[in-house]
Design a protein around this ligand. Structure first.
Ligand SMILES: [Zn+2]
Length: 293
């Protein structure tokens, strides 16, 4: 496995998600091992054999977890996880229900193998963990955290996405629209304090480039209520119907998979707009439809 140097003793194994590795105090700290068991094996082969390994995760989505069981089997690594993410890391069924609203067939939701993870320790951010401060970055998931080193390297997980991925998916996955907005605004306010920012699915960035990517994420989210309003003005529509229209108008591919993922964001957007008094749900024989208030 090829590691890229990020300076000040930090290494990155490229991938989607990418993996941050930092040797610290005689131990190896590994953040978000990745999406496949083979990657866990590769990581185990590439890391210093003598050192104790500690695995940290930003959140409990399968593509960030599936490399862990193999890595643990081969290196005896200890796994630590944000408290709020620990149930869904341990249980595949809870994970799927939380991510999509109900138990789901593997055939519908397969992005990476969904494997149960043994969690040895859980923690409540913010707190110090080896070379890191864990900081809450909620929105993509409820207990999502980032890991910040003393010298200003931030592994941001899925708190925001690379600009290329953003353009492809049109509506990125955020389970809590309002919390995501706040997380991205906070990152943008402090962007110049970070030496480098590492999103799990996107380029390592700093300075102006980091600012541009964060701003692209912010604009994508801030535009969603306006896009939704324009479509809702044509008449009541279901959350999934609204999702399909936004995806098509943004040039994204429609598939069962893209609708499943993006409708989570749109459902959380509609809840936010409902709380703001902008939309309301109506019960119909075609299910719940949303209309402008
Ligand atoms: Zn994720």
């Amino acid at each position: 496995m090829e590691f890229r140097k990020l300076g000040k003793g930090a290494f990155l194994a490229p991938g989607s998600p990418c993996t941050l590795v930092i040797p610290f105090d005689g131990e190896m700290w590994i953040v978000d091992p990745g999406a496949y068991p083979e990657r866990g094996e590769e990581l185990a082969r590439s890391l210093d054999k003598g050192k104790r390994k500690i695995v940290l995760i930003t959140h409990s989505h399968s593509d960030h977890l599936a490399a862990i069981p193999k890595l643990v089997e081969l290196t005896n690594a200890v796994v630590a996880c944000p408290y709020l993410e620990s149930c869904s890391a341990r249980s595949v069924e809870i994970r799927k229900a939380l991510d999509y609203g109900a138990k789901r067939s593997d055939k519908l939701t397969k992005i990476a193998p969904a494997l149960p993870i043994r969690i040895d320790e859980s923690f409540n951010p913010p707190c110090k963990l080896g070379p890191f401060e864990s900081i809450p970055l909620p929105g993509h998931s409820f207990g999502h955290v980032g890991y910040l080193t003393e010298d200003g390297l931030l592994y941001a997980g899925d708190a925001f996405f690379g600009d290329k991925l953003l353009r492809t998916v049109v509506v990125p996955y955020f389970i809590d629209y309002e919390a995501s907005l706040e997380t991205i605004r906070n990152l943008l306010d402090n962007v110049r304090d970070y030496r480098k920012i590492v999103p799990s699915h996107g380029p390592v960035c700093e300075g102006k480039r980091a600012e541009d990517i964060l701003r692209a994420n912010l604009v994508t989210l801030e535009m969603l209520p306006k896009k939704a309003e324009r479509i809702l003005e044509r008449g009541p529509i279901s959350a999934e119907g609204l999702t399909a229209h936004i995806l098509v108008e943004g040039g994204a591919n429609i598939s069962v998979w893209s609708l499943l993922i993006s409708s989570v964001t749109i459902k959380s957007l509609l809840s936010y707009m409902f709380d703001e008094g902008e939309v309301e749900p109506i019960a119909t024989e075609s299910g719940i439809l949303w209309k402008i208030r």
